[in-house]
Unconditional design. Structure first.
Length: 128
């Protein structure tokens, strides 16, 4: 039993029609809202959030890299302190450290890479 003007009775869903029916007044179609281009302010707010997320991600990666490299250096220190080394091996390892050319004040990635390669070389020097 229909109530006035062809509307279904209260509490019952309207039958699905073959065509796409417009959403009821007052309700937003989520897909349509998501397809719409965001306003300039909303886009700017999204950009700020993404940049903050990028900054946090960068800090986390940098902290992890520093911790890993410091751990490798500490492992080399412990290995050098823990066992006697031939003089020639000590000289080779010292040469690796003396040839290391970095400029800490500039904060360059290539300096971090150089340190990483030097530490890898020192660890390899400890093996053989």
């Amino acid at each position: 039993m229909a109530t006035g003007k062809g509307k279904p009775p209260a509490g019952k869903a309207a039958p699905a029609e073959s065509g796409a029916a417009p959403p009821p007044a007052g309700k937003k179609n989520v897909a349509a809202v998501l397809e719409r281009k965001p306003s300039r302010k909303a886009a700017k707010d999204m950009l700020v959030l993404e940049l903050r997320r990028l900054r946090a991600m960068f800090s986390e990666i940098a902290e992890r890299y520093v911790a890993d490299t410091e751990g490798e250096i500490a492992a080399v220190v412990e290995a050098v302190e823990g066992k006697p080394l031939p003089g020639a091996r000590v000289e080779r390892m010292l040469k690796v450290l003396h040839n290391l050319s970095v400029k800490p004040r500039k904060g360059r990635r290539k300096d971090l890479a150089r340190i990483g390669r030097a530490v890898a070389s020192l660890r390899k020097g400890m093996e053989g």
